[in-house]
Ligand binder design. Structure first.
Ligand code: GTP
Ligand code: MN
Ligand code: MN
Ligand code: MN
Ligand code: MN
Ligand code: MN
Length: 198
């Protein structure tokens, strides 16, 4: 386990901590941009109410719900459908850097769930129609471009946007861990992205 990380059990043992759970939903695809650039994978993120990019999910209250049922509740609000998330989908838990607006520690739990392309499309349709948070806490779901175009657009440009908390490094780490980009492609994109912060 890398520094800053804690196990699920250690995280739950922190009584005074607040907990947030977020999930990266992704699928494989054979689709090609312009009929020639392989899209390879669809990764879902969202444009939040505060103008920052992040993953769907939110604050969970472990005294009233499990981490995973709390995450499923947040997904019903933000995506408009109940998506069962299990302990097996858990990737890591980390302390978020102390914020000035709150005295209690925030632990962020990250999950990754692979779906079919059609299931991802269903999530996108529900998020834009029946989700109660649509247009409020969530301004829209977006897909992450994993390719690099001739002009250097694609993943590098995407990573230059502003992200909430550690969402950018959660994305980068998960792309590597689940082999969604090669280390070489990722290195190139990180080098060309304007913002090099974690
Ligand atoms: P409310 O219903 O308004 O309380 O929002 P929420 O429950 O949906 O909470 P939110 O998704 O904003 O997550 C709670 C906190 O977790 C945020 O204030 C951020 O500090 C942090 N956070 C939000 N999204 C992400 C994310 O994608 N990754 C990480 N690491 N942290 C996030
Ligand atoms: Mn066109
Ligand atoms: Mn929410
Ligand atoms: Mn949220
Ligand atoms: Mn919430
Ligand atoms: Mn809410």
């Amino acid at each position: 386990m890398a520094s800053g990380q804690l196990s699920r059990a250690e995280a739950l043992a922190c009584s005074g901590c607040r907990h947030a759970c977020h999930v990266m939903l992704y699928a494989d695809t054979k689709a090609q941009l312009f009929g020639r650039i392989p899209i390879k994978h669809i990764i879902l993120m969202q444009m939040r109410f505060d103008g920052l990019l992040g993953f769907p999910g939110g604050l969970v209250n472990p005294s009233k719900e499990t981490l995973e049922s709390g995450l499923t509740r947040e997904l019903s609000e933000e995506l408009g459908l109940a998506l069962p998330i299990s302990v097996e989908d858990h990737v890591d838990s980390c302390f978020a850097p102390a914020s000035s607006s709150s005295s209690s520690h925030l632990i962020t739990h990250f999950y990754v769930k692979k779906m079919d392309e059609e299931q991802i499309r269903e999530v996108e349709r529900a998020a834009a129609s029946t989700a109660t948070d649509h247009g409020l806490e969530v301004l829209g779901m977006i897909r992450v471009p994993l390719y690099t175009t001739k002009g250097g657009g694609g993943l590098a440009s995407f990573l230059s946007h502003s992200f909430i908390g550690s969402a950018r490094s959660q994305l980068v780490d998960a792309m590597l861990r689940f082999n969604l980009v090669t280390p070489g492609e990722l290195h190139k994109a990180l080098t060309h992205s304007l913002k090099t912060h974690a």
